[in-house]
Design a protein around this ligand. Structure first.
Ligand code: FAD
Length: 469
């Protein structure tokens, strides 16, 4: 793929009617290439900030025909830099953040550049909620196209299980409305492998009545309580439970503090009384802090914003585990993390998270119903290594790989075919076969049909053999 030249930049700009176009010397350029993780930033040759599908179509077609590297950014949270390009064209969707809700159909329609906070807010104004990211400044685009887990997953499944339709600009510049009834093959593909197929300009999601407040908050403990917390979490979300409560367990040094702690975030859509009953065994473990309260759903996904702040450098290595997680496995992870954060003060913000949500709804959908293939009873975990000094990129990433390696025996690919969530995998860390399993051959055929030249190649690119093109 080529970089953009001053001549091609000028030519493309002359074709656009509804976009702000930035070059590296434009005042707004630095903000546009900034990412949640500094280590994911790259210097685009030209930034196109469109407000219409037409301009996205023009830009995609131009990049394709000129063989210029193309990247698309939504929320900017991919730590692998898959929302960035070095020298190519960046389509920055930040001016496409409109959300509407249909009260009768209980649906929410979000433009492709929305963050989850925009969706949660509009949905809340209509007494609705939908499955969405637990950190509300993540992007709807990247998160949805890879699957999408949230607090409501135990009740309603993944974001892609609730995707009713979408509009997408494909590699030849066509704008397609996709659903189960229109371009059903492409609709199948974008639900799990969507980053490979185009620029999604609009997502329509199923909403659910959520007029009642929910119970949610942070509950923090001394590290000695880890084993009992894990025992509690195993039971809270076992598959026979009803999926209305969940808990995330963070191991690390909380922001602004100097000692390791176990910080949990709890969530429940049960009544206040029922929620208290469910969380009573946890509360009996004598937390050092609890902020659990009845909270409007649209505010819940802001609870983790204080941990997941923008800036500095980050590596994210996802892993999976099945229940019951042995408490000693969690203890071993904590001890190894402790050695690493104590070895270098630049690493103190690193943490490991274990996400305990009921997996029954996710597992109830057949694995070939859509591209998303991680349909077993795995739970997601993540190693997040965090540092500031660019000279430490290699060593910090080695720490991340080491910590992730400790979880290897917890994964159960043989039972489930695919046992890892692709959005928790940095591009290049796993092969498409490991991420899409039995769905890969169909995805390769669809890639050959919709993007034979692989211009959408930044997140887990699917390569097609020449015989398919
Ligand atoms: C702090 C944090 C919290 C997270 N929490 C969750 C969570 O609760 N649940 C969960 O499932 N995952 C979660 N994730 C993982 C998340 O799903 C991925 O990081 C995802 O890629 C973020 O999407 P984005 O739009 O913010 O990222 P970006 O970096 O903007 O994009 C990531 C990829 O998606 C593509 N993309 C983005 N928008 C579009 C679009 N409209 N059309 C086509 N391609 C697009 C980009 O080109 C890029 O390839 C979290 C990640 C972070 C960093």
């Amino acid at each position: 793929m080529n970089s953009i030249t001053p001549e091609t930049a000028q030519e493309l700009t002359s074709f656009l009617t509804d976009s702000v176009v930035l070059t590296p010397d434009s005042p707004e350029y630095a903000a546009s290439v900034k990412r949640w993780s500094d280590s994911a930033e790259k210097q685009a040759g030209l930034v196109v900030i469109p407000t219409t599908e037409d301009d996205i179509s023009t830009t995609v077609e131009y990049a394709h025909l000129s063989r210029i590297d193309l990247a698309v950014v939504g929320g900017g949270h991919a730590t692998s830099g898959s929302g960035s390009t070095e020298g190519g064209i960046l389509i920055d969707l930040t001016r496409m953040r409109k959300v509407t809700a249909d009260d009768k159909a209980k649906t929410i329609t979000a433009q492709g550049g929305c963050l989850w906070e925009h969706v949660d807010k509009t949905a809340g104004e209509h007494g609705l909620a939908t499955v969405g990211g637990v950190v509300n400044h993540t992007g709807v685009g990247g998160l949805t196209l890879g699957g999408g887990y949230g607090w409501l997953t135990g009740q309603y499944g993944l974001v892609v299980d609730n995707l009713i339709s979408a509009r997408i600009v494909v590699a030849d510049g066509r704008v397609l409305a996709v659903s189960k009834d229109a371009h059903a093959d492409l609709f199948w593909a974008i639900r799990g492998a969507g980053h490979n197929f185009g620029v999604v300009t609009e997502f329509t999601l199923q909403g659910y009545d959520q007029k009642e407040d929910v119970s949610a908050g942070v509950v923090a403990f001394a590290p000695e309580k880890l084993e009992e917390i894990i025992e509690f979490a195993n039971q809270l979300v076992a598959d026979e439970t009803d999926g209305r409560a969940g808990i995330y367990v963070f191991m690390g040094i909380p922001p602004g503090q100097s000692d390791l702690a176990i910080t949990t975030v709890v969530f429940s859509t049960l009544s206040e009384e029922e929620s208290q009953k469910r969380f009573a065994p946890l509360m009996a473990l004598e937390p050092i802090l609890s902020t659990v309260a009845r909270t409007p759903y649209h505010q819940v996904n802001a609870l983790l914003n204080g941990i997941a702040v923008h800036g500095e450098r980050k590596a994210m290595k996802g892993f999976s585990y099945t229940l019951p997680l042995q408490p000693e496995s969690a203890r071993m992870m904590l001890e190894e993390l402790s050695l690493i954060v104590k070895s270098d003060s630049d690493l103190v913000r690193s943490f490991i998270v274990l996400e305990f949500i009921n997996a029954s709804r996710v597992a109830s959908v057949p694995r070939n119903a859509m591209a998303f293939a991680n349909r077993g009873h795995s739970r997601n975990g993540g190693v997040w290594v965090w540092w500031a000094d660019p000279n430490k990129d290699a060593s910090a990433r080695a720490h991340a790989r080491y910590l992730k390696g400790l979880t290897k025996n917890l994964e159960r690919p043989s039972d489930e075919n695919v046992a890892i969530y692709s959005n928790f995998v940095e591009t290049g860390d796993r092969s498409p076969g490991e991420l899409f399993g039995d769905n890969l051959p169909k995805l390769q055929k669809l890639k050959a049909r919709y993007d034979p030249d692989n211009i959408f190649n930044k997140t887990h690119p699917i390569h097609v053999s020449e015989s398919l093109v």
